[in-house]
Design a protein around this ligand. Sequence first.
Ligand code: ADP
Ligand code: MN
Ligand code: MN
Ligand code: MN
Length: 338
Amino acid sequence: MAKYKLEYLWLDGYQPVRNIRGKTQIKEFASFPKLEELPDWGFDGSSTRQAPGGSSDCVLKPVAVYPDSTRRNAALVMCEVYNADGTPHDSNDRATILDDSDTWFGFEQEYFLYQDGRPLGFPEHGYPAPQGPYYTGVGYNNVGDIARQIVEEHLDICLDAGINHEGINAEVAKGQWEFQIFGKGSKKAADEIWVARYILERLCEKYCVQVEYHCKPLGPTDWNGSGMHCNFSTKYMREVGGEPYFLALMAQFEKNCAEHIAVYGPDNHMRLTGLHETQSIDQFSWGIADRGASIRVPHSFKKNGWKGYLEDRRPNSQGNPYQIASRVLKTISEVPKP
Ligand code: ADP
Ligand code: MN
Ligand code: MN
Ligand code: MN
């Protein structure tokens, strides 16, 4: 038997951006615990905007477990929040995602690393050289000193945890980075985005670096904002598809444009301006290989008979992947299959 440190993680009740919270409990197991072996736990919801002080107990139900290579005998345990009566808590967006093991999501999380109130590599006053060489760049002038160390360490901790990263890259703005996570099953990639966000923020503590997830931290300048493109496919889209179904899908996305924007992250009007590879926030469009469209259709999609996956480019870096996945699946479910 060994004593395991179980870091139970959950999302709080803050709006418009939920924070990820965590606390540790120690339990003894013969070997690394399976999800079914992890007990429910509780927390003081009055400290997280999830309950009034008089009746403050909220329930944590483990939904996924990941090895934590940064601590000895440790796990990260992603949880959903429930009320004492067993119903999902209002803040529990994960519970609203249609369950479908044949839906696949891939999220591209962009973010800035900040120190002393500015992106890593920015001078104390003014701006560094304009955008251009930073995207996928190399060299001290482009990426500075500690950024790559953080990004690499983050990747290793995530891979150790079994998180399904598909790649990482330096982004267009100085101090801006991206990681991509892909998952089969309607909730898997969203779970892993939250755990990867948690790992990144925790890792950055020791570097005195803050992760800036805001979608336009440098305001209305010529510096790129951060998105979290949502790539998605259902079994039907991958295996049957066809142009009429695709067009019906796009018509439904257009009809629900406002409902999508509502859960695609705060302050998105600052980012979806029609510039910097974005569509305007109040317009919906799709286009083949078009990075200025709301939904980009990969070349391969049309070539394969309108089958495959699509990229919704509107969700931003601060969006909640649970709400995003939930909304995308809801809109798809409204479209009849011919
Ligand atoms: P880009 O930056 O050109 O948009 P990326 O390589 O960063 O492309 O991201 C593409 C994403 O699409 C990856 O996260 C990948 O996992 C995802 N993806 C690929 N195939 C599918 C699929 N069939 N269903 C859902 N997502 C997919
Ligand atoms: Mn990308
Ligand atoms: Mn990107
Ligand atoms: Mn993309």
